[in-house]
Design a protein around this ligand. Structure first.
Ligand SMILES: C[S@@+](CC[C@H](N)C(=O)[O-])C[C@H]1O[C@@H](n2cnc3c(N)ncnc32)[C@H](O)[C@@H]1O
Ligand code: SF4
Length: 303
């Protein structure tokens, strides 16, 4: 059972807006047309204060600013939300970003607020943009450098594909020379075959991306797992971290994968099957604009 007092990690999606067109992001399938079900929404400071009471915020160990459909730094009230959060809680604040927006003033402020920032950098100039369409490698490096020079703790996250495999060592070295605290290489699970279409903004296929070798392996394991009998217990990341996920529209769920806003946009066949099954059983999606966290987390809705 999910109990409010047990939650230690809050992941918030500050906005569903984004300037980028990353190829496998559910916001714009294949980087092309915007998903027809996407609701554009920002979380305001007032929403944040209404949704979460001070006791709840002060019990947290970790506050993650990320989400499924948007770029957190595009929320104009992000600084105020973080400042308010910091005035009520000692938890670590971790921000995931494409890093390609906002001024040097904003990045200095993030350093001052001691936010741990994870910059998405999927290769060097010219290669990074093949997946992170509409972002600018030089701008990300400039923003990360401003942040680090002002004392900020930064992480370089690199998604590995076939097209950037030969740049992993160069990126790792660059991360070190620029003063990033950590370099993380990630292999996506989102391929279901050996290639994935890239679309233009009209929905035409203009290119393909291909998986890294470990991504191919992960995909095979996933497909095999579909044949396994379903376990009769839950043991997952959300349970280990005691996480609550809150979308920009106010939906709550145990983790980002179960975000009801994502349920309208599943691009994974396993997730779609699970969602169809769950949709038959649930009578309404829990949303903090309709009822309070306290009322939801008495175990009657999220179990
Ligand atoms: C929807 S993004 C929101 C945060 C921010 N806009 C960003 O891109 O960092 C959430 C996370 O998904 C990651 N992501 C993007 N494409 C992915 C993929 N194909 N596989 C796994 N993670 C991916 C992003 O790097 C980010 O850490
Ligand atoms: S930057 Fe993040 S939210 Fe924006 S398209 Fe890429 S993965 Fe999606």
């Amino acid at each position: 059972m999910y109990v409010k007092q047990d939650i230690r990690e809050l992941q918030l999606e500050p906005t569903t807006r984004c300037q980028a067109r990353c190829v496998m992001c559910p916001r714009r399938p294949h980087g092309g047309l915007i998903h027809p079900d996407l609701v554009k929404q920002d979380v305001s400071l007032i929403d944040f204060q209404y949704w979460f009471d001070k006791d709840f915020l002060s019990q947290l160990d970790s506050f993650i600013l990320c989400g499924n459909h948007g770029e957190p730094v595009l929320n104009k009230e992000l600084e105020s939300i973080i400042e308010y959060f910091k005035s009520t809680s000692d938890a670590e604040v971790k921000l995931f970003t494409n890093g390609s927006a906002r001024s040097s003033r904003f990045w200095k402020k993030m350093a001052e607020l001691d936010v741990y920032v994870v910059f998405a950098l999927d290769g060097l100039r010219g290669t990074h943009e093949k997946y992170r369409i509409n972002t600018d490698y030089d701008k990300v490096i400039e923003n990360a450098t401003t942040f680090i020079r002002n004392g900020g703790r930064a992480q370089w996250d690199m998604l590995a594909f076939e097209h950037n495999a030969d740049q992993v060592n160069a990126c790792r070295q660059k991360a070190q020379s620029l003063g990033f605290k950590h370099f993380e290489l990630k292999h996506t699970e989102r391929f279901h075959e050996d290639k994935y279409e890239v679309h233009d903004t009209k929905g035409n296929v203009v290119d393909y991306i291909r998986p890294s070798e470990p991504s191919k392996f992960i995909t095979e394991i996933h497909m095999q797992q579909r044949e396994f009998p379903k376990p009769d217990y839950i043991d997952c990341f959300s349970k280990w971290t005691n996480q609550l996920f809150v979308s920009a529209n106010g939906f709550i769920s145990p983790c980002c994968v179960l975000d009801p806003a994502l349920w309208k946009t599943p691009n994974d066949p396993v997730l779609k099957e699970m969602i169809d099954d769950f949709n038959d059983k649930i009578y309404s999606y829990p949303n903090l604009n309709n009822n309070s966290l306290t009322n939801y987390l008495i175990g009657s809705i999220l179990i």
